[in-house]
Design a protein around this ligand. Structure first.
Ligand code: GLU
Length: 425
């Protein structure tokens, strides 16, 4: 399903931000969250919308919509990525910003949450156009971003390349060199070793932790990974390195299944030579894209788009365990079906928090001006992830609820303390 179709399906039911609030309400009731704190968290603290005029290669000006929403700064400066996609809108950015607040709290990071985005189709733009757009966005956000204020990072449609342009523009406008104002940077300009693979690594650590609780041997389970971008490709590689048989992969160009297991190294090499896409890969049988999520496997990793698991396909899912690499891949109506089927779902705000965890390490290294080895980064990451998994698992048992609601509870317990300690006017 295309993003547009998925989002149309979502909007039939509710806005994405409403979906966040609905889950917040369930968690808040179970844990007895104070009404005051709930009210605070239902209202993002800052919403910025800008118009970005960009000179296109054809000599004409095109104006793009840019957004940044800061949801909470209760625990610390706000943190969250910037996405470039055609369906970016205020409601989506609000939802994603709130998820960042919860994600950072679950992972025990000293951050609040934010998200940004530009409504554009990066695949249809030249490198020069993308650079001018990124610089225009950075300039217009100069009073929003700050190393101790709001720290962006990559998200869908962006990477280290865009982070480098945004950092450079921010530095030029402020006249200071602040590498820590943005994370997910290339290594040569202050990025952290291990950041690129971190979200996929977090997916792997969470998968292993969940399999252990379920009494399953990773060497005897199979997995399907949807998405072969930064998250999905690293997740597939790291899961296969743990002995998990990857039977299905797919991206926006094609999906594949092979019950005997797919050679992920070969798929990575193929994608690297094929504009980072899978169309034409011959190591497995091509299947219709809507079959991938419902094909036979033990572990399903949706690592592409939001709203892909919905009432239409949830009842057909065969996996015992879902580990959400993407943000918001499961719609609220589908949650109930998965729970009924006793499928364990490690939710996005836990499962994909490896990325922001290593973003935090990057920020710490930038502040200290002292850089760690990849092993140090990975060891610290795995340790933090295991602690986060354990606290969510324990809350699921204590409150007799799903991992998703337990993750919200885990986050809300920490944010509630911070909001109460800091107080209001
Ligand atoms: N965009 C990523 C996320 O959704 C990373 C955010 C960050 O590193 O700040 O978690």
């Amino acid at each position: 399903m295309s993003t547009q179709t998925a989002n149309a399906a979502a909007s039939k039911h509710e806005s994405m931000f409403d979906a966040v609030l609905a889950r917040l309400d369930v968690a808040a009731n179970l844990m007895n969250l104070s009404e005051d704190v709930k009210t605070v968290l239902k209202n993002p603290i800052k919403q910025v919308k800008v118009s970005l005029p960009v000179m296109m290669d054809n000599g004409k000006i095109q104006v793009y919509e840019g957004y940044r929403v800061v949801h909470s700064m209760a625990i610390g400066p706000s943190k969250g990525g910037i996405r470039y996609a055609m369906d970016v809108n205020q409601d989506e950015v609000m939802a994603l910003a709130a998820w960042m607040s919860f994600k950072c709290a679950v992972a025990n990071l000293p951050y609040g949450g934010a998200k940004g985005g530009i409504k554009c189709d990066p695949r249809a733009m030249s490198v020069g156009e993308l650079e001018r757009l990124s610089r225009a966005y950075a300039k217009s956000m100069k009073d929003v971003f700050g190393v101790n204020r709001d720290i962006p990072a990559p998200d869908m449609g962006t990477s280290g390349r865009e982070m480098a342009w945004i950092l450079d523009e921010f530095n030029k406008v402020t006249g200071e060199d602040s590498p820590g104002v943005i994370t997910g940077k290339p290594i040569a300009i202050g990025g952290s070793l291990g950041r690129d693979a971190a979200t996929g690594r977090g997916v792997m650590v969470n998968t292993l932790a969940a399999l252990k609780k379920m009494g399953l041997d990773p060497k005897k389970v199979s997995a399907v990974v949807q998405g072969f971008g930064n998250v999905g490709s690293h997740a597939a590689r790291l899961l296969s390195e743990q002995g998990i048989k990857i039977v299905g992969i797919g991206d926006h160009t094609a999906s594949f299944y092979n019950e005997n297991g797919i050679d992920i190294k070969a798929a990575l090499e193929f994608a690297a030579k094929n504009k980072n896409t899978l169309k034409g890969f011959t190591g497995a049988t091509e299947i219709p894209s809507n079959q991938l999520l419902i094909s036979k496997c033990d572990v399903l990793v949706p690592a592409a788009l939001q709203n892909v698991i919905n009432v239409d396909n949830a009842s057909k899912i065969q996996a015992k365990l879902i580990v959400e690499g993407a943000n918001g891949p499961t719609m609220p109506d589908a949650d109930a079906i998965l729970n009924e089927k006793k499928i364990i779902c490690v939710p996005d705000i836990l499962a994909n928090s490896g990325g922001v965890t290593v973003s935090y390490f990057e920020w710490v290294q930038n502040k200290a001006g002292y850089y760690w080895t990849e092993d140090e980064v990975n060891t610290k990451h795995d340790h933090k992830m295991e602690i986060a998994f354990e606290s969510v698992w324990n809350n699921a048992e204590r409150f007799k609820t799903s991992m998703r609601i337990a993750a919200y509870i885990t986050a809300l317990q920490k944010i509630e303390q911070a909001v109460k300690l800091k107080g209001a006017y």
